[in-house]
Design a protein around this ligand. Structure first.
Ligand SMILES: [Zn+2]
Length: 164
């Protein structure tokens, strides 16, 4: 009886030793890994200094990063190019409208016309393709190959000059 009891105790002690040998180092490694993960997360949170300039999401990693992902970077640059193309297209359209209006005036053999009348037709005086400053006279403006002089409320001397 005593022998059996003693044997049980020995087995328990052996188990404790096995537990100590295997589990404790495992537990230590697991704790270290967990601690590392927590520290890494905290470090990432500290590194977050800016937000993605396209979607506004927080950026992790390098401090000079501007975008949270490659998709955001591509979309941002695509939008920038699209915006620039839209601006240029709008200006070209306005210049084309101005040109067509001025051509109509030339075809009607009218050399001088009120600016208000032209603006009613859709003419935008701020869109020009060239300007020639003259001393003492009115400045000469160009819309492609059409030239004209302008006062505060009139356009005059409207003509085609292919060599402008
Ligand atoms: Zn983004």
């Amino acid at each position: 009886m005593f022998f059996i009891y003693f044997r049980k105790i020995v087995i328990q002690i052996k188990n404790i030793n096995i537990f100590r040998k295997n589990f404790i180092p495992f537990a230590i490694v697991a704790c270290r890994l967990h601690l590392c993960r927590i520290m890494r997360t905290e470090a990432l949170a500290e590194e977050t200094q800016s937000n993605c300039i396209y979607c506004g999401a927080p950026i992790y990693g390098r401090t000079d990063k501007k975008f949270c992902s490659l998709a955001c970077k591509n979309l941002y640059h695509y939008k920038q190019v699209e915006k620039s193309v839209n601006i240029r297209n709008r200006i070209i359209t306005s210049l084309n409208v101005n040109y067509r209006i001025l051509e109509k005036i030339i075809d009607a053999s009218v050399a001088s016309v009120e600016l208000r009348v032209l603006e009613d037709m859709g003419f935008k005086p701020s869109y020009i393709t060239g300007i020639r400053r003259t001393r003492g006279r009115y400045d000469e403006y160009a819309c492609f190959d059409i030239r004209y002089c302008q006062t505060a409320n009139r356009l005059f001397n409207i003509r085609k000059c292919p060599d402008f």
